[in-house]
Design a protein around this ligand. Sequence first.
Ligand code: CP
Length: 310
Amino acid sequence: MKTQSIVSIDNLSKQEILDLLRDAEWFEQHPNHKILDGKVIATLFFEPSTRTRLSFETAVNRLGGRVIGFSDPAATSTSKGETLKDTIKMVSNYVDLIIMRHYLEGAAQYATEVTEVPVINAGDGAHQHPSQTMLDLYSIYKTQGRLDDITVTMVGDLKYGRTVHSLLQALSHFRVKFRFIACDELRMPREFISFCEQHGIDYEETTEFSPATISDTDILYMTRVQRERFADLSEYERVKDLYNLNNAMLAGTRENLRILHPLPRVNEIHVDVDDNPKAYYFQQAKNGLFARQAMICKCLGINPKDAASK
Ligand code: CP
């Protein structure tokens, strides 16, 4: 197998997505095989993270690889004016794979253009977050038993939310009906609405978040209004509290409904939802470990089962 970068979820075909889900399932059963022995992997986080960085690093550690990198660019030569290009070229001298989060849209794609080392995009601005998408797909598959014939309701910041953009594109391979719930300021961007129309994807948009608009939903995908994406903080203040889920709203929902959230949350899911069996966001974050183990192996050109059997 060849090495490859994953910058956007549309770098992956439907078959590759299904193969990664199968590998994630395998890693959930076998998370500690030392198949990355001798590999060094860089995690370069130019933006804050808890889950993505720690689960990627755990994934490497559990597979016997080594991690170098940073979580605070202020402690690197970036703060002395070193360019992203030079940073990537330098780090490429030391590692087999680069996992990078950056606040600029397109930064991960740019990184692939200045290095031969494969790159995984761990989030670039409001653009893409493909490893989040793989763990979201794995969570949907685990909880629903399928990816076809489901209704997915996305709520909150659909404008800046890179996770909803990536997930929408990934689910376009399957028969999924979408409902987009957002205020006018945070609507799903026109390009993704056009994407639905071009691909014959069934969708509806509404500003109303109520028991009625989630009663036929299988996956309720809540998102945080991302303060860090707003140029005008008064606009953030106006929209930040519009969509909040509480336990009472779940009374009439489907038995199989599961609530996902990429996390972190602020106040969009009340803590009284946490003990509801339909709350799945913490397990979802755990699934990130297995999905990311699968992605790391794919990007390094390693077939996990073959490598484990050697
Ligand atoms: N979901 C997600 O990307 O979380 P972090 O920002 O904590 O990595």
